[in-house]
Write a protein that binds this ligand. Sequence first.
Ligand SMILES: *[C@@H]1O[C@H](CO)[C@@H](O)[C@H](O)[C@H]1NC(C)=O
Ligand SMILES: *[C@@H]1O[C@H](CO)[C@@H](O)[C@H](O)[C@H]1NC(C)=O
Ligand SMILES: *[C@@H]1O[C@H](CO)[C@@H](O)[C@H](O)[C@H]1NC(C)=O
Ligand SMILES: *[C@@H]1O[C@H](CO)[C@@H](O)[C@H](O)[C@H]1NC(C)=O
Ligand SMILES: *[C@@H]1O[C@H](CO)[C@@H](O)[C@H](O)[C@H]1NC(C)=O
Ligand SMILES: *[C@@H]1O[C@H](CO)[C@@H](O)[C@H](O)[C@H]1NC(C)=O
Ligand SMILES: *[C@@H]1O[C@H](CO)[C@@H](O)[C@H](O)[C@H]1NC(C)=O
Ligand SMILES: *[C@@H]1O[C@H](CO)[C@@H](O)[C@H](O)[C@H]1NC(C)=O
Ligand SMILES: *[C@@H]1O[C@H](CO)[C@@H](O)[C@H](O)[C@H]1NC(C)=O
Ligand SMILES: *[C@@H]1O[C@H](CO)[C@@H](O)[C@H](O)[C@H]1NC(C)=O
Ligand SMILES: *[C@@H]1O[C@H](CO)[C@@H](O)[C@H](O)[C@H]1NC(C)=O
Ligand SMILES: *[C@@H]1O[C@H](CO)[C@@H](O)[C@H](O)[C@H]1NC(C)=O
Length: 695
Amino acid sequence: MLSTLLSASLFAAVVRAVSFTVGSANGNATSPYQYGLIFEDINHAGDGGVYAELIQNRAFQGDSIFPKNLNYWNPLGGAALSLQNLSTPLSSALPTSMQVTAGNSTGGTIGFSNVGFWGFPVVAGWQYNGSFWVEGALNGNVTIALVSNSNTYYAEASVAVHSSSAWTQYNYTFTPTVSAPNSNNTLNFTFASSSLSGAVNFNLLSLFPPTYKNRPNGNRIDLMDAMAGLYPSFFRAPGGNNVEGLQPPYWWNWTQSLGPLQNRNGYPGTWGYEQTNGLGLIEYMLWAQDLGMEPILALWSGLWLNASSVPQSGIQVYVQAALDELEFLMGDASTTWGALRESLGYGPFQINFVEIGNEDSLLVGSAATYSAYRFQAFYDAVSAAYPNITIIASYYDVNGVTPPDNAAGDIHNYELASQFARQFTLFDNYTSAHPILLGEYAVIAYDAPGVTAVQWNAGAPREFVPVWYSSVGEAVYLLGAERNSDKVIGAAYAPTFQNLNSWAWIPDMIQFDAYPGHTTLSTSYYVVQLLSGTRITENLPITITSGQFGPAYFVAGRNSETGSHIAKFAVYNATANGTSNYPISLSFDGVGPYATGNLTYLNAPMNSTNPIGGNVVTKTVQTVTASRNGTFSFTLPDWTVAILEVGANNAGQGYGYGNPGNRPGWLGPKSWGRDSWNGGGWGNPAQGWHHGYKK
Ligand SMILES: *[C@@H]1O[C@H](CO)[C@@H](O)[C@H](O)[C@H]1NC(C)=O
Ligand SMILES: *[C@@H]1O[C@H](CO)[C@@H](O)[C@H](O)[C@H]1NC(C)=O
Ligand SMILES: *[C@@H]1O[C@H](CO)[C@@H](O)[C@H](O)[C@H]1NC(C)=O
Ligand SMILES: *[C@@H]1O[C@H](CO)[C@@H](O)[C@H](O)[C@H]1NC(C)=O
Ligand SMILES: *[C@@H]1O[C@H](CO)[C@@H](O)[C@H](O)[C@H]1NC(C)=O
Ligand SMILES: *[C@@H]1O[C@H](CO)[C@@H](O)[C@H](O)[C@H]1NC(C)=O
Ligand SMILES: *[C@@H]1O[C@H](CO)[C@@H](O)[C@H](O)[C@H]1NC(C)=O
Ligand SMILES: *[C@@H]1O[C@H](CO)[C@@H](O)[C@H](O)[C@H]1NC(C)=O
Ligand SMILES: *[C@@H]1O[C@H](CO)[C@@H](O)[C@H](O)[C@H]1NC(C)=O
Ligand SMILES: *[C@@H]1O[C@H](CO)[C@@H](O)[C@H](O)[C@H]1NC(C)=O
Ligand SMILES: *[C@@H]1O[C@H](CO)[C@@H](O)[C@H](O)[C@H]1NC(C)=O
Ligand SMILES: *[C@@H]1O[C@H](CO)[C@@H](O)[C@H](O)[C@H]1NC(C)=O
C-alpha cells in the first residue's frame, strides 16, 4: 500500500506535456512525392476490382497454372456449354471459346448466364456498355439482361445475331431505371432454341459500367474516387509480387497487355487467379495520369517467386525487354516501340522513376543473384539510355547489397503498431546517400502482451481490416518519414485493395465488393488522407523546450505554395503516460501574437475498425488562437492524428513570414543530378504531381 502511494505520487510529479518551437530556416529539404499508391493485382484488386469489367472469365483464359474452365458461367434452359479450341479461333491470344448447343433443351428459350465478380452492381441511370464475339449457326435475337436472384429484370437489351463462320462482334447497351438493393444479380444471355442450328461459339463477352473519366476499358469510378481522396503523388505499378510471376516462363510481360482486348492473352497472377491483362501497361499510365500521380514503373528483374533467377547468360533478353518497354512509353514515332504506341493512339508518357524488380532479397538465393548481376545489368542499361531516370533497387542495403551511384532503395515494412511507434527516429539514423522509398507499409497484427514483433507463421492472428490504434502507429512512422523527407521519397500503404469475396492478404486499405454501397475506406485510409492532403514543402527545425517526443510525435514546416505554417501530430498511447488528453504547446518563428490556426484532428475508439460502408473516425476542426507571446496551446486526445495549419493571412500581429526561397534542393543536385523540385527538375507541375497540395 505504501509503495503504491509512493509511486503514484512520483508518477504525478512527471511533466506530461510537450512544448516546442519551430524555426524559420535551415530545415531539411522535402520530397515532392511523400504519399502515393502501390498497385498490385492481389485480392481481386484489378480484375474484379478497379478494372471495371463486370463479367468474370470473359475470355476463357488460362494456362498451365490456372487451367481454362467454364467457372462463373451457367447454362440456361437445358443448353450444353463446353470449351472449344476451334481451328479458327477468335485470335491467337484467345484460342479457347465457349460453345453452346441445345443440349437437353426441349424447345423454348436457352442460353447461359454469368455470375460476375460475385454479383453485378445495378445502379439506376448507369449506362452499361457490352459486347461479345460470335461464330457459328445462330440466327435470331439474343437477349441480354441483368436479372436478380428473384427474377427482377433490371435492364435488358436485344441483339439481332446473324452469325457465320467468321467471328463477329456485337455491341449492346442498357440503362436500368431502378437500382438493385444488393449485387445478387446475374447477366443472362438467352435466345430461342429454334434460332440455333447446331452449335454457336462465344468469346470475349464484356460488360462495363460507366468508368472514371469515361475511359473505354476503364476503371471503376468509386474506387478511383477513393484513391483520388488520398491526394497520391506517386504510383508504383505493376506492383509487388505480381510483376514477378510464379515460375518460369511466366512474368508480367508487358507486350501481352497491349492493344485490343482480343490480342491479350491471360496471365497467371501470383495471388491465386488468372488475370485478363485487360489492365495493361497503357491502362496503368492513364490511371496515373488521371489521378495526377508520378509513375514508378516496376521492371521485371529476372526473379520468379519459386526463387529461380534468370542466369547471368540469359539476363540480357529481359534487360532488352525493359529497354523496349521504356521506348514503348517514351519513344517518338520514329522508334520501333514508340511507333507501336502511336499506332494504338497514344502520345508519349514520361517515366522519371523505375524500380528494378520487387523484394529481390526475400527468396532463397535471390539477393545473391540480384547483387551479383541482375540489378547491375538493368541499372547499367537503363541509366545509359535514360540518364535522367531515377532508379530504385527493390530493397535497401541488406545482405551486403548497396545500390550503386545514386540509385534509391525500397523498404517494405509490415509491423505491429508499437513497432512503428518506436520507429519515429528510424530515418533520423539513416545516413546512406541512397534515398529510400517506403514502397509498402502497414500494421498487420495486433499488439498483445509478450508479442514484440509480427508472427509470420500460418494461423498467427492478423487484423482483418486496419484497427484505429494501428493506424495511429502508422501515422507516427509516417511523421518520422516526413521529417526526413530529404532522404525518404514517399510512402505507400499496402495492399491498397481487398475484394471482400476473394482475398489473399489482410489487412488492406480499401475494402469493396460488387455492390457500390459496400466500399469501405479503412481507418488507415483516413490517416493518409489527412497527412497527404496538407503538404509540408519545407521542413523546419523543431526545438523541444520541455518534454520529449512520445507519446506525442510531430513534424513541422511550411507550405511554400500557400504560405501556411503547418505542424502534424500523432498521439500514441498517452494513457500509458497517465493522461488521456495530452497537452501540447508550440510557436512558429514568424507567427505572431493572436495568430489563428485550424486544428484538425482524427480520433476514434482505439480498438475500433470501420464496418462495411461505414466510418468510426471522427474529424474535429477547431480554431485555435495563439497567446500574447505567439504560443498555441491545446490538448489532443489519446489516439489522435492532427494537423495545425496557420494560414499566411492569419499569422498574427507584428510579423511577416520569411521568404521560402534559399532552401537546399531535395537530395541536392549532387546525388540526384538535378535541381530540387523547386527548380522544376521533377516534371511539369501542370501534369499534376503537386495535385495533392492543399489549394
Ligand atoms: C442432359 O440430361 C442428362 C440425363 O439427365 C444429364 O446426365 C446431362 O448432364 C444433361 N446435360 C446437360 C447439358 O444438362
Ligand atoms: C428480333 O427483335 C426485333 C426487334 O427487337 C423484332 O422485330 C424481330 O421480330 C425479332 N426477331 C425474332 C426472330 O424474334
Ligand atoms: C463495338 O464497340 C467497339 C468499341 O467498344 C467498337 O470498336 C466496334 O466497332 C463496335 N462494333 C460494332 C459492330 O458496332
Ligand atoms: C445475396 O447473396 C448472398 C450470398 O451471395 C446471401 O448471403 C444474401 O442473403 C443474398 N441476399 C439476398 C437479398 O438474396
Ligand atoms: C438467370 O441466370 C441465373 C443463374 O444461372 C438463373 O438462376 C436464373 O434463373 C436466370 N434467370 C432467368 C430469368 O433466366
Ligand atoms: C513477351 O511476350 C511476347 C509476346 O507473347 C513474346 O514474343 C516475347 O518473347 C516475350 N518476351 C520475353 C522476354 O519472354
Ligand atoms: C535530362 O534533364 C536535363 C535537365 O532537365 C535536360 O536538359 C536533358 O535534356 C534531359 N535528358 C534526357 C535524355 O532526357
Ligand atoms: C501502451 O502502453 C502500455 C504501457 O507501456 C503497453 O503495455 C501497451 O502495450 C501499449 N499499447 C500499444 C498499443 O502500444
Ligand atoms: C536512432 O538513433 C538514436 C541514437 O542512437 C537511438 O536512440 C534510437 O533508438 C535510434 N532509432 C531507431 C528507430 O533505431
Ligand atoms: C532533419 O534530419 C535530421 C537528421 O535525420 C533530423 O534529426 C531532424 O529532425 C530533421 N529536421 C527536421 C526539421 O525535421
Ligand atoms: C511515456 O511512457 C513510455 C512507456 O512507458 C515511456 O517510455 C515514455 O518515456 C513516457 N513519456 C513521457 C513523456 O512520460
Ligand atoms: C481554416 O478554416 C477556415 C474555415 O473552414 C477556412 O476558411 C480557412 O481557409 C482555413 N485556413 C487554413 C489555413 O486552412
